[in-house]
Design a protein around this ligand. Structure first.
Ligand code: ATP
Ligand code: MG
Length: 574
C-alpha cells in the first residue's frame, strides 16, 4: 500500500465526544467513519485488521470441525414466531415489510436461521455432533451505542452453533470451544481476557461463560476471587453471609418520625445499615400480584436473579394501591402482620441469619427492632437476590471478593433443546426414534475485539498493533524522498518486500519527518523502516519497533532477510 493513495484521513485533533482511547484512535487514524449513531464505515486499514482477526477465528473454528456457512441478514418473521422470540424481543430487533407486505426482520442473532438450515438437512444421529459457524453482519437497534466500535448497532459477529445427541457430548464440545476461544484471543494479541460464569437468560440453557477483556472501560462488572479462582459476572455472582450468633431479642416498636430511608433510620437509631432490613416492592407481570423482596438494608436488588426465580421477563416497581392492598405501609413497610398469600415472597440470603435487625412496622413513623427472619417470618423463597458488593466473601471461601470491570468480547452458551423443541428440529437416533437436537451457541464480536486490542496496546501517539492483526507488518518511511535517489531506492525496496510476502506500507508522499512519523504512529505497524539522507549514504536503512527508541542500521541489500527475521521474532512472542 502506498500512503499517497490510502483512503482515510488522519488528524491531530482529538474528537470531542470520544472518551475511550480506542474510539479516539479509530477516528484520528482514519480507521472508521461514522455514518449514523452506532453505524460506521470501516476504512481500508480497519478492514485489513478485521480480515486478519477473522482469519484467526476461522482457522480456530475449522480446527474444531466447524463448517462455515452464510445465513441471511434479512429473515422472515415466521421463523422468529416459531421460536417465540418475535414477541419476546423488544425494539432492539428491526422489523419491516417487504414490497409484498410480508413481514421481515434484520438478524440480530441466528439461532432461528441455523435451526431452519439444519432441521431438514441433518436427519440422522450418524451426522452428529456437528458445528456450523458464520462471520456475518448483525443489526441491533441498541438503546445506547457507545465507545466507537465497543457497542454499535451494526457489527460483525462470528456466531457458531453446535448440535449434539447428548448433554455430555455438548459439555465436552463446550470445553473445546472454550479452549478455542482462549487461543483466538491469545493469537490476536488480546492477553487480559478471562472467562466468567454468566447469565443464561430466560431462554433455557444451564451453563454459560462470557469472555471478558478486563479493563475499567467495560460495562460489565466482574466478581473475582483471586485466590480461589472464582470468576463470575455480577449478574450471576453469589456470595455467602457469615454472622456471629446473637440471642434473639424481643421485637420492639420504635418511633422513627419521617425516617423512611435506610440511611435516616440507621442514623437515628445508631445502627449500621447492615443491621437493617428493607423490602423492595414489585408487580408480577402475569398475575398482577405484589412481589415482596426482603433484603438487608445495605444491599441492592439483583433484578436478573429476581426474574429468574419467578420465571418472568419483566419487572416493574409496584404502584401504591397494590402495596396498600397487601397491608404494607409505603416507607415503613415490612412483612410483619401481612397476609402472605396475597404476595410472591422472595427472601434474600443476606437476611436469613442476620440477627436482630430493624424493619418497618407497617405503620406511619414506626419501625420494629430485633426482627429475626427464622423466628418472625420463616416463609418465602430463599435465594440470592442481591448483587455481590465490596466486602462480601467469595462463595465457599473466606476471601473477600475483588470487583473489577470488563468488556464482553465473546460468549459461549449451552442452549439445550430450547430452539430445537420450539422449532421442531429432530433427528432419528440409533433406535429410529425422533429426538430434538441438543444445542450450544458461541459468539465473538469482531469489531469490539479490535477496539479492545487498541485499549490494550497503545501509547500516547496511537495503537501498537500486535503483529498477528496489524494492518501492516512494516511501515517504510522515505524521508527527503526527492533527494539522493531515496524515492527510487525506497520504492524498489517496497516492491521487493511485497514480492517476498511482507505486508508493507510505504510513505511516498515526500512529507516532513514529524508528519510521517505521527501518521506511522497512528497506523501502528509494529516494525518501522526509515530511509533518509543519512542512511542512504551507506545504502542503509534504520530498523526499529513501534514505540521503541532502539534503532539498528541495516544494509538495504539484505533488508528482506532483516525484516523477515524481525517479523518472525515478533510472531514468536505471541
Ligand atoms: P452485550 O451484553 O455486550 O450486549 P450480548 O450478550 O448481547 O452482548 P451476544 O448476543 O451474545 O452479546 O453476542 C456475541 C458477541 O457479539 C458479544 O460477546 C460481543 O463481543 C459482540 N456484540 C454483541 N453486541 C454488540 C454490539 N452492540 N456491538 C459490538 N459488538 C457486540
Ligand atoms: Mg446485547
Amino acid at each position: 500500500m502506498k500512503m499517497s493513495h490510502l483512503v482515510g484521513r488522519r488528524t491531530k485533533d482529538f474528537p470531542r465526544d470520544a472518551e475511550l482511547k480506542s474510539h479516539q484512535f479509530l477516528l484520528r487514524g482514519g480507521y472508521i467513519k461514522q455514518l449514523s449513531s452506532g453505524i460506521y464505515s470501516m476504512l481500508p486499514i480497519c478492514k485489513k485488521i478485521t480480515l486478519k482477526i477473522e482469519a484467526i477465528i476461522r482457522d480456530e473454528m475449522n480446527k474444531i470441525e466447524g463448517q462455515e456457512v452464510l445465513m441471511p441478514v434479512v429473515m422472515p418473521k415466521s421463523i422468529w414466531e416459531e421460536s417465540g422470540r418475535y414477541s419476546g424481543i423488544g425494539t432492539e430487533m428491526v422489523r419491516f415489510d417487504d414490497r409484498t407486505g410480508s413481514p421481515h426482520v434484520l438478524g440480530m442473532t441466528h439461532e432461528e436461521a441455523v435451526v431452519h438450515m439444519v432441521r431438514d438437512d441433518v436427519t440422522s444421529y450418524k451426522q452428529l455432533p456437528l458445528m456450523i459457524y458464520q462471520i456475518q453482519t448483525k443489526f441491533r437497534d441498541e438503546k445506547r451505542s457507545r465507545g466507537g466500535l465497543i457497542r454499535v448497532r451494526e457489527f460483525t459477529m462470528k456466531d457458531a452453533y453446535s448440535f449434539h445427541q447428548t448433554e455430555d457430548c455438548l459439555g465436552e464440545y463446550y470445553q473445546e470451544v472454550h479452549s478455542s476461544y482462549e487461543r483466538i484471543y491469545k493469537r490476536c494479541g488480546l492477553t487480559n481476557v478471562i472467562s466468567v460464569e454468566s447469565d443464561t437468560g430466560m431462554m433455557g440453557g444451564k451453563v454459560a461463560h462470557e469472555f471478558m477483556y478486563v479493563n475499567a472501560c467495560g460495562e460489565d462488572t466482574l466478581i473475582l476471587g483471586e485466590k480461589s479462582g472464582y470468576k463470575a459476572n455480577k449478574e450471576v455472582a453469589s456470595t455467602h453471609f457469615k454472622y456471629d450468633a446473637e440471642d434473639f431479642k424481643d421485637l420492639q416498636e420504635v418511633h422513627t418520625p419521617d425516617k423512611s430511608t435506610i440511611e435516616d433510620v440507621s442514623t437515628l437509631l445508631g445502627l449500621k445499615q447492615t443491621q437493617t432490613g428493607k423490602v423492595v416492592l414489585l408487580t408480577h407481570p402475569e398475575d398482577g400480584k405484589l412481589i415482596v423482596l426482603l433484603l438487608r438494608g445495605d444491599r441492592t436488588m439483583n433484578d436478573i436473579a429476581v426474574k429468574k426465580a419467578l420465571m418472568i421477563n419483566e419487572i416493574e416497581f409496584a404502584e401504591e394501591d397494590l402495596i396498600k392492598d397487601a397491608g404494607i405501609y409505603p416507607g415503613f413497610g415490612s412483612l410483619l402482620g401481612i397476609d402472605l398469600s396475597k404476595v410472591h415472597l422472595l427472601i434474600d440470603e443476606s437476611v436469613v441469619d442476620c440477627p436482630n435487625i430493624v424493619v418497618g412496622a407497617n405503620k406511619k413513623d414506626y419501625h420494629v427492632l430485633n426482627f429475626n427472619f427464622k423466628r418472625d417470618l420463616n416463609a418465602g423463597q430463599i435465594g440470592q437476590y442481591s448483587f455481590v458488593q465490596e466486602g462480601d466473601l467469595v462463595i465457599d471461601s473466606d476471601e473477600e471478593v475483588t470487583i473489577t470491570r470488563g468488556v464482553e468480547v465473546g460468549n459461549i452458551f449451552q442452549l439445550g433443546t430450547k430452539y430445537s423443541k420450539d422449532m421442531k428440529a429432530t433427528y432419528l437416533d440409533n433406535n429410529g426414534k425422533q429426538q430434538n437436537f441438543i444445542m450450544g451457541c458461541y459468539g465473538v464480536g469482531v469489531g469490539r475485539m479490535l477496539a479492545c486490542l487498541i485499549e490494550e496496546h497503545h501509547d500516547d501517539y496511537g495503537p501498537k498493533w500486535p503483529i498477528s492483526v496489524a494492518p501492516f507488518e512494516v511501515h517504510l518511511c522515505l524521508l527527503d524522498a526527492k533527494k539522493e535517489g531515496i524515492a527510487q531506492r525506497g520504492l524498489d525496496l517496497y516492491k521487493e518486500l511485497k514480492a517476498h510476502g511482507v505486508d508493507v506500507i510505504v510513505d511516498d508522499r515526500n512529507e516532513k519527518t514529524g508528519f510521517q512519523f505521527a501518521d506511522a504512529d497512528l497506523i501502528g505497524a509494529p516494525i518501522r523502516m526509515v530511509i533518509s539522507r543519512k542512511t542512504i549514504k551507506n545504502d542503509e536503512f534504520e530498523l526499529s519497533l513501534r514505540g521503541s527508541k532502539d534503532k539498528e542500521l541495516c544494509s538495504i541489500d539484505s533488508a528482506v532477510e532483516a525484516v523477515k527475521a524481525k517479523i518472525a521474532e515478533l510472531k514468536a512472542q505471541i
